[in-house]
Design a protein around this ligand. Sequence first.
Ligand code: NAD
Length: 254
Amino acid sequence: MSLKGKTALVTGASRGIGRGIALRLAKDGALVAVHYGSNEAAAKDTVEQIEAAGGRAFAVGAELGVAGDAETLWTGVDDGLRGLGAGAGVDILVNNAGIGRSGAIGEVTAAEFDRIFAVNVKAPFFIVQKGLGRIRDGGRIVNISSGVTRVAFPDIIAYSMTKGALDTFSLTLAQALADRHITVNSVSPGIIDTDVNAEWLRGDPAEYARAAAFSTYNRVGEPADVADVVAFVASSDARWVNGQDIDATGGSRL
Ligand code: NAD
């Protein structure tokens, strides 16, 4: 599944699942634009890890969920590619950046609702729209969704709804871009050990055991478990997979 000669943009790649995806795509040979929101040092650390392994990457900053976010991001990608003497445009876009909010129906404020949809849904939509001229024909768009679209978690209702919207985006966009042979798919992780889950997951062995029991392997997932699936979906081997939501929950028994 070589990605040699390909260019990838991974949003939210300064840490967690996004970093895992960036490392894996670079390992497969892609030049990777490592996007970050505010933590430039962490993004540079991802870049350094890629370079240390013999790959090529650069960091690109853009706060998502604010006016003009997609333009800022793509301008940064254009500049970064030029800086490395690489050709313009990307073959692979991974919309990974996202936020979670543990709120039940009675708790979510209008501002929180708007914010989570702005980051998790509106930003990926306009990153694609503003990037249509930069994503190459035959390319790949991968949206990082979640297993919560298949199993109800009432405590994170607004978050779950954003991922449902993202899956519909994948399904519909796949048709819209079919004539350009750009595939669009979602990859849906289960519970993954990242900073966003650190507070409840790493601090309490009982919670960890409960989370681990969700997967058939009786362990919590690692970023690499998701990154390996994304690498397949991003590869030419996945040409016949389009408009799908690929489960990466470790066979959730929820
Ligand atoms: P994380 O919080 O560790 O990383 C999220 C990344 O997105 C960070 O790099 C962060 O800087 C970036 N980001 C968030 N908001 C941003 C903003 N407004 N502007 C710019 N960048 C922003 O989370 P993670 O666990 O690695 O999650 C990555 C993706 O996977 C998310 O879309 C999340 O919903 C999804 N997911 C995670 C899990 C899990 O258990 N960790 C499960 C299912 C789905």
